[in-house]
Design a protein around this ligand. Structure first.
Ligand code: G3P
Length: 217
């Protein structure tokens, strides 16, 4: 399973990237706002750090304007994946940009039918939003499982990029279902290392070690 980091915070990306944890990055207009940076400048910096796909999102709502914005974003670096929303206009932009050989991430997916359309339009990635479905009392993981089944039934190569990840359990559940990629905030990836039994076990080892009076170095 690939790990994409869902942030435009360069320092946070860098820390995880140094550990070999980063297979790609996803951004969106809200994350650009949070970074306080210029979209072209911060995206260029991220693309210089990470060799995998870096999603940069268009903000136009008409297909022609989305395509123009997508081409401009794709000029930033070879590893840009142009992110378009799952609207009819977004699907048109997806088809045009993927026909030009560009990576396209279709975002804001909330149904299996939307994911089917994105695959037909040549999407490289489909981004179903798990957390936002959970927010409205719909099991977001069921959507990941449905898309996995549909894509496998017909051999679609579009990669399932599970997004709107809020918990560490979302990540292990997506891995069990077979999502190709998860994108999550840096804090969620870091929280995966935590376990209270690890903390308790380590505390006991440290206590006993102190009693030996030994040192390794
Ligand atoms: O990439 C966008 C997505 O991950 C948003 O997550 O937590 O704002 O629903 P969230």
């Amino acid at each position: 399973m690939k790990f994409f980091v869902d942030t435009a915070d360069v320092a946070a990306i860098s820390e995880l990237n140094d550990l070999g944890m980063v297979d790609g990055v996803t951004t969106n207009p809200s994350l650009i706002l949070k970074s306080g940076r210029d979209i072209l400048e911060v995206t260029r910096e991220i693309c210089g750090l990470v060799s995998g796909p870096v999603s940069a999102e268009v903000v136009a709502t008409e297909a022609d304007a989305m395509i123009a914005e997508g081409r401009k974003l794709a000029e930033i670096a070879e590893n840009i994946a142009v992110k378009v929303p799952l609207t009819w206009a977004g699907l048109k932009a997806c088809k045009a940009l993927s026909d030009e050989g560009r990576m396209v991430n279709v975002t804001l997916c909330f149904s299996a039918n939307q994911a089917l359309l994105a695959a037909k339009a040549g999407a490289t990635f489909i981004s179903p939003f798990i957390g936002r479905l959970d927010d409205i009392n719909v099991d977001g993981l069921d959507l990941i499982a449905d898309i996995r089944q549909i894509y496998d039934n017909y051999g679609f190569e579009t990669q399932i990029l599970a997004a709107s990840i809020r918990t560490v359990n979302h990540i292990s559940d997506c891995a069990k279902i077979g999502a190709d990629v998860v994108t999550a905030p840096p804090a969620v990836f870091k929280a995966m290392a935590n376990h209270p039994l690890t903390d308790a076990g380590l505390a006991q080892f440290m206590k006993d070690w102190a009693k030996t009076g030994q040192s390794i170095l």
